[in-house]
Design a protein around this ligand. Structure first.
Ligand code: SUD
Ligand code: ADP
Length: 290
């Protein structure tokens, strides 16, 4: 019997700045994140005990290395739940892509089990649990659009970008977030995002202002290591991407486009050059939390 189905949307980073390296090995970040309508679907079925997991993807682990599995284990342990759960992940978000697919799956399991087992946890409590699983999980619990600071858990909600198309292009290789942070030399960062300008553009629903202020310091590590990311960016711009940036630690490149015709042109221009290309809508604030 299927008990609960939860949508797990991908995120993109409109800005990403790394402020300092912390004692605990993580970095203090300052970034603007938003959810897009490319989502995994997580089906949760209650069982008598234990945790089992299957997915439609050959690229994710199906055991306790899976973030969705870990989310269920955390809830069971923290609240002393004897019942079990079977997790079925319908994977649509590319893996190790800078789109927080694993974090979003984990957030969806936290939200789904909160309902299934009547735990009564608030969004803030779920986000705090999520931080034990990964830095991006708190944002994935709340969704919408927000400034994320600290490791990624200090969230300030923002208006979502105006409706537009988001073209996502994922090169064939994945990128390790830990390796990208490890290779970043803070003193060498050449260009930092203008957070105030991005916030202003979002408040004014100024599409051109959002496009002008897209900026991610991690490009300075990932692009030299993977020149295909630069070529994808150049192609996206050439075919009509109005604002183009790498998401997170990469390697996915996204392009923002207002008109459907332009979106089609960008997608057609990238096909043949890149196998994984998606045209999706910006998610907006309201749908993000369902
Ligand atoms: C870079 C970002 C931007 O949204 O996204 P992705 O590229 O992963 O999608 C995130 O900060 C990634 O968050 P997440 O993928 O949850 O990271 P975690 O599992 O917590 O950490 C993976 C590794 O990244 C580094 N890390 C992560 C977050 C942070 N604030 N400082 C760090 O230094 C650490 O080396 C850590 O061991
Ligand atoms: N449910 C999951 N979905 C995707 N990746 C997962 C999942 N659980 C664990 N992982 C692992 O987490 C790593 C990062 O995956 P992902 O969250 O897709 O990328 P990113 O952090 O770049 O956004 C991958 O190496 C993958 O094997």
């Amino acid at each position: 019997m299927l008990d609960i189905s939860v949508k797990a949307p991908a995120k993109i980073n409109l800005t990403l700045d790394v402020l300092h390296r912390r004692e605990d090995g993580y970095h203090d970040l300052e970034m603007v994140m938003t959810t897009v309508d490319l989502a995994d679907r997580i089906d949760l079925t209650e069982t008598s005990s234990g945790i089992s997991l299957e997915s439609t993807s050959g690229f994710v682990p199906h055991d306790d290395r899976n973030l969705a599995y870990r989310a269920a284990a955390l809830i069971k342990k923290r609240f002393g739940i004897q019942k079990g759960v079977h997790i079925h992940i319908h994977k649509h978000i590319p893996v190790a892509a800078g789109l927080a697919g694993g974090s979003s799956d984990a957030a969806a399991v936290l939200k789904g089990l909160n309902r299934m087992w009547d735990l009564g946890l608030s969004v803030e409590e779920l986000a705090a649990l999520g931080l034990e699983l990964g830095s991006d999980v708190p944002f994935c619990v709340t969704g919408g659009t927000a400034i994320a600071r600290g490791r990624g858990e200090i969230l300030t909600p923002l208006p979502s970008p105006p409706p537009c198309w988001v073209i996502l292009a994922k090169p064939p290789h994945g990128v390790s977030t830990a390796e990208v942070f490890g290779a970043l030399r803070l003193e060498d960062i050449r260009k930092r995002p203008d957070l105030d300008a991005m916030v202003e553009a979002l408040r004014n629903q100024d599409f051109d202002g959002i496009c002008r202020n897209l900026s991610n310091v991690l490009e300075e590590v990932t692009i030299p290591a993977y020149p295909q990311v630069r070529r994808l960016k150049e192609r996206m711009i050439r075919f009509g991407g109005e604002g183009v940036l790498m998401s997170g630690s990469g390697p996915t490149v996204f392009g923002l486009v207002r008109r459907e015709n332009t979106a089609k042109r960008v997608v057609n221009g990238l096909r043949g050059f890149c196998r994984q290309v998606y045209a999706v809508r910006m998610m907006g604030g309201l749908e993000a939390n369902t």
